[in-house]
Design a protein around this ligand. Sequence first.
Ligand SMILES: Cc1cc2nc3c(=O)[nH]c(=O)nc-3n(C[C@H](O)[C@H](O)[C@H](O)COP(=O)(O)OP(=O)(O)OC[C@H]3O[C@@H](n4cnc5c(N)ncnc54)[C@H](O)[C@@H]3O)c2cc1C
Length: 636
Amino acid sequence: MWGKKYEDTTLPIQIDPTTGLKKFNTRAAKASANIAGKGYSVIDDEALKTLPPAPPGAVFNAEEQAKYHEFKEQRQGAADYMAMEGAFSKYLEDVYSASPVEREALTDECEILVVGAGFAALMLWYKLRAAGFNDVRFCEKGGDVGGTWYWNRYPGIACDVESYSYLPLLEEMEYFPTMKFASGFEILEYCQKMAEKYGFYERCLFHTTVGETTWDQATGRWTVTTDRGDRMRARYVVLANGILTTPRLARIDGMETYQGNAFHTSRWDYNIDLKDKRVGIIGTGATAVQVIPEIAKTVKELYVFQRTPSSIDVRDQRATTAVEIEAWKTEPGWARARRERLATISSGRTALKGNDDFLSGKVADFKERKEHATELSPEELMEKQLNTNFRIMEQIRARVGQTVNDPKTAAALKPYYTYGCKRPAFHDEFLTTFNKPHVTLVDTAPTGVSKINAKGVVHEGTEYPLDVLIYATGFQWLATATFERIVGRDGRTLHRKWRDEGTKTFLGLHSHGFPNLLIMSGPQGGGGQFNFTRGIEAHTDYVVWMLKTLREKSAGIVDIKEEAELEFAEHCRVADLNTRPLRDCVSYYNGEGNAEPGSLAYYGGPAKWHELRAAAQKAMDVYVFAPAPEAVGAAQ
Ligand SMILES: Cc1cc2nc3c(=O)[nH]c(=O)nc-3n(C[C@H](O)[C@H](O)[C@H](O)COP(=O)(O)OP(=O)(O)OC[C@H]3O[C@@H](n4cnc5c(N)ncnc54)[C@H](O)[C@@H]3O)c2cc1C
C-alpha cells in the first residue's frame, strides 16, 4: 500500500556536524536583539483608554450616509499599488536571516508537501504528527518559522486579538503570554518554541520559495520546483502560504530616485538607526498605527503621510496577572474554552476588545441582550447594524477631537466609513503622538502622496527632506504569487482559472481540476473570524480529516465536483453582496472597491461555513476519490 511506503521515509534535513547548526541556519534571534518597541504599552491615564459617548440620537441618516459616500468617492481609484519587482525587489530581501546555507537540490518524493511555516503550517504539523503522518515536508521562503511574525518585526508590533485566544496550543505548550496583547517578538519566539517542541525544524526547508508546482495525472503526484533548484514530487500539496504575505508599494512618481534609506515595514531594517533622524512614513493603516507612536519616541522629526485615516479604538493593554496564571494552571483546557467563547462573539469590535469577564467564563455574556418583540427582517437588521456601527464611529471620531490638540490635524484624523470596513486599529498612544512638536501629519487626502524626489517626499509644492523613508503600504490580500504557479490538470494555473472563470472553490479548500491540492486561508475560506488562528484551526482539522479519509478509503487522489464549487462560489457571491453595506469603503478587503463579489474573503459567517463543511463531510457526495496509480498497478 502506498500509505505504508511513506511512513518510514527519513527526510534529508540534518545538523551540520562542525557548527552544530541545523542546515538551514537562522539568525532570527539576533535581529530581535536590536528592537526597542515591544508592542502596546500599559497606559494608566483612564482618559486615554476610554471612548467618549456617542452624541445622543446619533443615527446613520441620509446626511451622514452622504458624508460617508463622498469620503469613499473621493478616494475611488486613488489606490494604485505595485508589486516589488525590478529596482523595487530590494525591498523584499530577507533582512532577518543569514544568507541561505548551501545545500543540494532535492529530487526526492514525500507524501505531503506544505508551502509556508507560519501558524497554519505549525498547527498542521502538530495535528498531522498526532494523526500518524510522518512523511511531511515544509518549504518556507524565510529563514525561520513564524510567517507573519517572522517578516513583521517593526517597532510596536503586537497582536490585535487577545493573545490568550490567538496563540494556538497554549495548554500543550504550557505557555502563558506575558501580555493580553502580546508583542510580535513574543509571538515569533512562541512559534520557534512550537517548532522546537514538535520537531518542525527537522522537516522544513527554509530559504526555499516554492515555484512552479504541476499536477501529473499519470503518476497522481505533484512536481514541486523551488528557487533552490529542487524538483520534488509530492502526493499532496497543502498551501499554508498566508493571507497577507506579499508586501506592496504605493505607486508614486519618482520613488526610484530617492537617495536616502528606505524600506517596507515588513522588512524593517534595524541597521538603520532612526535616532535623531528626519523620518517619513507613508501610510496610516493598522501597521503604521503601531509603528508611529514607537518611532516618535526616538526620531528627530517625524512626517506621517496619510491618505485615509484608520479608526483608532481603545487598546487597554495589560500584563497577565500571577492570579490568572495560577488559575489557568489548575484549569485544563482553559485556553481552548476561552477561544471558544471568543468565537461566539459575532461583532468584530467586541471580539477584538476581548472582554475578560466573558472570556474567562466569569459572566455568561459580554453584553446585556435586548429581546425584540418581533423578529427583524434582513433589511431592519442591516439598518440596526449600520446605526450601531455609526454610533461606534461617532465615539471614535469624538475621541480624536478630544485627544488631538490641533483642530486641522484632528479633522484629518477622523475616519468616515463603517467600522471594520478597513482593518480596525487600536492604540492608546497613537493620537497623542500628534501633539508632540516634532511630529507632523501631512494630509494627502484623497489621492495620497504624488511625488518623491532624491531628497524626500513632495506634496502640494512642499518638499519634506527625509533621512529615512518608511513604506507602511501594506500587503496584497489573498493574492499570493503562489496561485500563479500551481498548474492543474488542464495545464492552467489556479490564478488563470480564477481570472478566466471567477474565483471558484469549495469551502476555499479545494478547486476543481486541482486534485490533491488543499488551500488553507485562501479566497472563500471561512470557518474563522477576527481571530485568524481560529480559521486556521478549522482548516487544519479539515486537511487532516481529508488525508485520513484518503487513507481509510485506500484512495490516493481526491478532487471536488465542479457543481459543488459552482454552488459554493454562488453562495459566496450572494453572502458578499448581502453584507456589503457594512463594508462600503475603499479597502484592501474589497480589492480597493474593485473585487468581484465573493472573490475574496468569505462573508457567510463561521456558522454557515461550518454547516456546509459538516454536511459535505457527512454526505461525501461532493468529492471524487480515485485510487493512486500504484494501487491501480498492484491490482492489475
Ligand atoms: C502585520 C500583521 C499583523 C497581524 N495581526 C493579526 C492579529 O492581531 N490577529 C489576527 O488574528 N491576525 C493577524 N494577522 C494575520 C496573520 O497573518 C494571521 O494571524 C496568521 O499569522 C497567518 O498565519 P499563516 O501561517 O496562515 O500565514 P503566514 O503567517 O503569512 O505564513 C505564510 C508563510 O508562507 C510563506 N510563503 C508564501 N509563499 C511561499 C512560497 N511560494 N514558497 C515558500 N514559502 C512561501 C511566507 O514566507 C510566510 O512565511 C496579522 C497580519 C499582519 C501582516
